[in-house]
Design a protein around this ligand. Structure first.
Ligand code: PLP
Ligand code: TYF
Length: 400
């Protein structure tokens, strides 16, 4: 019965970590998966997370099931963090917020909502995008196509292509946007470009769908990283936001995040929420409590909240400093006069190097540097001590 099942291909991102583990060379460096590492290249548990976990033990909290929509205290603070506590969308109770299984599970819930209530509607995703986006919409049976985003000539944004493709999409399409720190390119629109994106989306009655996996982690500021999305809220638009605490609170394996649907009325939000719960019930019944309590405690306690912001700035700052150091090494070592400034213009935990597949293979095979084949490197997995070695490897791979 199971004999007919063929082997599935390895995940292009998670497969990189497996190859890294198998390498015995001591120079090896894992710049594949987007996970924060310390300068010593070790995983990092935030101090505020440890404090919140201690509080939980002291309070002797139980492990009863959560309601389908998740922990009420979490849902309240997560929406406030996203939109800002004073945002009219919250005051008017126009947001349906449901705790889900981190960013991925929240995207998947939204995809199921599209499949059910917007049959035939297409999702437009950036080219390139986080690889799992395609899997998520494929599995939910939601048609998707790509809009131009990355311009290899400039290693920058193809803004005109992006606008043209969004304009051309069938009226009422969902437009998936990375709220900040685009994965994999690290290239974000400017505030002026975001306004134009909002203009064409409104013109075409499209529905924006923000994937916010890096709030506070890109710039170091929670408000700044939410600013593109809040501008859409200020325009009174309807849209969705999938939220993740994997990176900004380092809660990767706790699977904590939320789907937020901004509606035009409180009544519509209540109905949307009821349908999201109906979708979640047969899929996973209810979400895990541990991460939800951590987020609720950290955001709800002013001391912990301030300490979190400091730790987030520290993480974002370490990534920015290795980005600068990598750039400095590239400029001083590359005698060709090539302009490497695109590295500094990118934001977030990734850098798109512009290396093609063969060059990325050279990085791994010759230099033991593990990265995805699209030329993306995770700067969160880089230490200051390894910047010079990485620059040597990039230059060697570029010109060979
Ligand atoms: N969306 C983007 C663009 C991401 O980069 C990630 C994580 O890397 C996610 C969503 C979701 O991750 P998680 O399911 O761990 O929250
Ligand atoms: O590095 C990335 O882009 C992510 C990391 O369940 C990741 O793919 C890994 C596992 C997971 C979600 C995201």
């Amino acid at each position: 019965r199971f004999e007919g099942i063929s082997m599935a291909p390895a995940d292009p991102i998670l497969g990189v970590s497996e190859a890294f583990k198998a390498d015995t060379d001591e120079k090896k460096l894992n710049l594949g998966v987007g996970a924060y590492r310390t300068e010593e290249l070790q995983p990092y548990v935030l101090n505020v997370v440890k404090k919140a976990e201690n509080l939980m033990l002291e309070r002797g909290e139980n492990k009863e099931y959560l309601p389908i929509e998740g922990l009420a205290a979490f849902n309240k603070v997560t929406a406030e963090l996203l939109f800002g506590a004073d945002n009219p969308v919250l005051k008017e109770q126009r947001v349906a917020t449901v705790q889900s299984l981190s960013g991925t599970g929240s995207l998947r819930l939204a995809a199921a909502l599209f499949e059910r209530y917007f049959p035939g509607a297409k999702v437009l995703i950036s080219s390139p995008t986080w690889g799992n986006h395609k899997n998520i919409f494929n599995d939910a049976g939601v048609p998707w196509s790509e809009y131009r985003y990355y311009d290899p000539k400039t290693v920058g944004l193809d803004f005109e292509g992006m606008i043209a493709d969004i304009k051309e999409a069938p009226e009422g399409s969902f437009i998936l946007l990375h709220g900040c720190a685009h994965n994999p390119t690290g290239i974000d629109p400017t505030p002026e470009q975001w306004e134009k994106i909002a203009d064409v989306i409104q013109e075409k009655n499209h529905i924006p769908f923000f994937d916010v996996a890096y709030q506070g982690f890109a710039s170091g500021s929670l408000d700044e990283d939410a600013s593109s999305m809040r501008m859409f809220a200020a325009r009174g638009m309807e849209f969705l936001v999938a939220q993740s605490y994997s990176k900004n609170l380092g809660l990767y394996s706790e699977r904590i995040g939320a789907i937020n649907v901004v509606c035009s009325s409180a009544d519509a939000a209540a109905r949307v929420k009821s349908q999201l719960k109906r979708i979640a019930r047969p899929m996973y019944s209810n979400p895990p409590i541990h991460g939800a309590r951590i987020v609720a405690d950290v955001v709800g306690n002013p001391d912990l909240f301030n300490e979190w912001k400091e730790e987030m700035e520290m993480m974002a700052g370490r990534i920015k400093s290795v980005r600068q150091k990598l750039y400095d090494n590239l400029v001083s070592k590359d005698k060709s006069g090539k302009d490497w400034s695109f590295i500094l213009k990118q934001i977030g935990m990734f850098s798109f190097t512009g290396l093609n597949k063969a060059q990325s293979d050279n990085m791994t095979n010759k230099w033991h540097i593990y990265m995805t084949k699209d030329g993306r490197i995770s700067l969160a997995g880089l230490s200051a001590a390894k910047c010079e070695y990485l620059a040597d490897a990039i230059i060697d791979s570029y010109y060979n």
